[in-house]
Design a protein around this ligand. Structure first.
Ligand code: ACO
Length: 405
């Protein structure tokens, strides 16, 4: 425990004291050795490695291995891990029946929350959370099956047949094929798109105790099974202040483009600064980063690469986003409040260029974050001293009173 941190466990019970900290602005809920963020420097480390180095040198399954196990894999460990994940990409055939019970126009996150929770009804052979081998198998299953489920949810919404996993492809190549292939034609994975999406997965893999991860920990702290805990995390991620921000950000850019584009940016920014308007610049601001989010920088580079590879260099939404950023970085409203682009500001533009529909953006985020959630859950469960999460409250209701007869 560092110099600015009080270990409340030492005070609790001795003084009867507890802290009141709505929104957890300055309360640590756990110890963790997985991810480190320095919000002032704009630094993000997974197990000590800077995010930009991982995004440059490693693929998503390397990063999954690292986050889960604490070290990057050797060549032999990587082969084994890839093959294990590949072996678990299929989902039980009855899950297709389960998904087909939904309305075709249901939001993908609604279907995904339910489908991941339902995994516990199919893979209950290994949900003894006291058994490390069961926990590892659940982690592999979740990482392996998420792309299959996200693609199924998408295909279902289109009314198209599901495309089954092809295990000779990479994790991300296989996902692209399940999303975009049709059963009558060959599908060739575009290398630039594959690398870009893989990078999006890396950038979203973990982010310490954000709202959805804290939800997974809190839900898991009751001893529930990991599929149920991850399903709770997906439900939390859905909200527009969290993972839903990429969808909300793209909608904001599309609306702005449809209503005057770059010429109207100044007017739009005035609305954002007017607190009575209720309008926020989506994809801007972060609870922890009070400097440029390092993921946003990498996402902006990826955006340029993908747009150029797909011949979309003049994409009007990208130009609009760059202009919004330029103005915001010079405007005292944003400068004084330390509001910078976050990972969601550019990720929607990349995903749109790849062909991913806007309502599925948060599903892509959930796919990538699954490794972070399950690793954080495992870290908590492995601690022999972990306790059920049970916040206190300040009661503001009525004093004790009797029912009048
Ligand atoms: N646009 C305009 N003003 C903003 C924005 C924004 N995007 N974000 C924060 N502010 C202002 C607030 O109005 C507030 O101003 P005030 O001090 O005058 O009242 C100040 O900046 C601090 O904002 P809070 O909401 O108190 O900051 P908090 O840490 O609670 O919220 C959050 C962080 C939710 C991310 C916020 O910045 C936001 O709503 N951003 C837009 C949504 C978004 O992009 N979310 C993605 C987060 S990253 C992720 O989940 C992957």
């Amino acid at each position: 425990i560092g110099p600015d941190v009080i270990d409340i466990r030492k005070l609790y019970g001795q003084t009867g004291m507890f802290t009141y900290d709505p929104g957890f602005l300055s309360t640590a809920s756990c110890e963790s050795a997985i991810t480190y963020i320095d919000g002032d420097k704009g630094q993000l480390l997974y197990r000590g490695y800077p995010i930009d180095q991982l995004a440059q040198n490693n693929d998503f399954l390397d990063v999954c291995y690292l986050i889960l196990n604490g070290e990057l894999p050797s060549a032999e460990q990587k082969l084994q891990f890839d093959s294990e994940v590949t072996n678990h990409t299929m989902v039980h055939e009855q899950l297709a029946t389960f998904i087909s019970g939904f309305s075709r126009d249901a939001h993908p996150m609604a279907m995904l929350t339910a489908a991941v929770g339902a995994l516990s009804a199919f893979y209950h052979d290994a949900t003894d959370i006291t058994n490390p081998e069961h926990r590892r198998l659940s982690a592999i299953r979740l990482i392996a099956k998420m792309p299959t489920l996200v693609a199924m949810v998408y295909k279902y919404s289109l009314g198209q047949p599901y495309i089954y996993p092809r295990n000779d492809l990479s994790y991300t190549g296989n996902f692209l094929r399940m999303m975009f292939a049709n059963p009558c034609e060959d599908y060739k994975v575009n290398d630039v798109v594959e690398r870009a999406l893989d990078r999006i997965f890396i950038l979203h893999a973990d982010h310490e105790q954000n709202a959805s991860t804290s939800t997974v920990r809190l839900c898991g702290s009751s001893g529930t099974n990991p599929f149920a805990a991850i399903s709770a995390g997906i439900a939390c991620l859905w909200g527009p202040a969290h993972g839903g921000a990429n969808e909300a950000c793209l909608q904001m850019l599309e609306n702005l483009q449809a209503n005057g584009g770059v010429a109207k940016v100044g007017e739009f920014m005035e609305k954002v600064k007017d607190k009575t308007s209720g309008v926020r610049l989506m994809g801007f601001g972060h609870r922890v980063y009070k400097n440029y989010d390092p993921r946003a920088k990498l996402m902006q580079e990826t955006c340029k690469e993908v747009l150029s590879a797909l011949g979309l260099e003049n994409d009007p939404l990208f130009k609009l986003a760059m202009e919004l950023e330029r103005i915001a970085l010079e405007d005292p409203y944003f400068v004084d409040r330390k509001l910078y682009p976050n990972v969601d500001f550019y990720s929607g533009i990349v995903q749109r260029a790849i062909g991913i529909p806007t309502p599925l953006f948060t599903g892509i985020f959930a796919l990538a974050r699954t490794v972070g959630w399950i690793s954080q859950w495992d870290e908590m469960i492995s601690d022999p001293e972990y306790k059920i999460g049970r916040p206190r409250q300040l009661y503001t209701g009525s004093a004790v009173r009797d029912i009048k007869r």
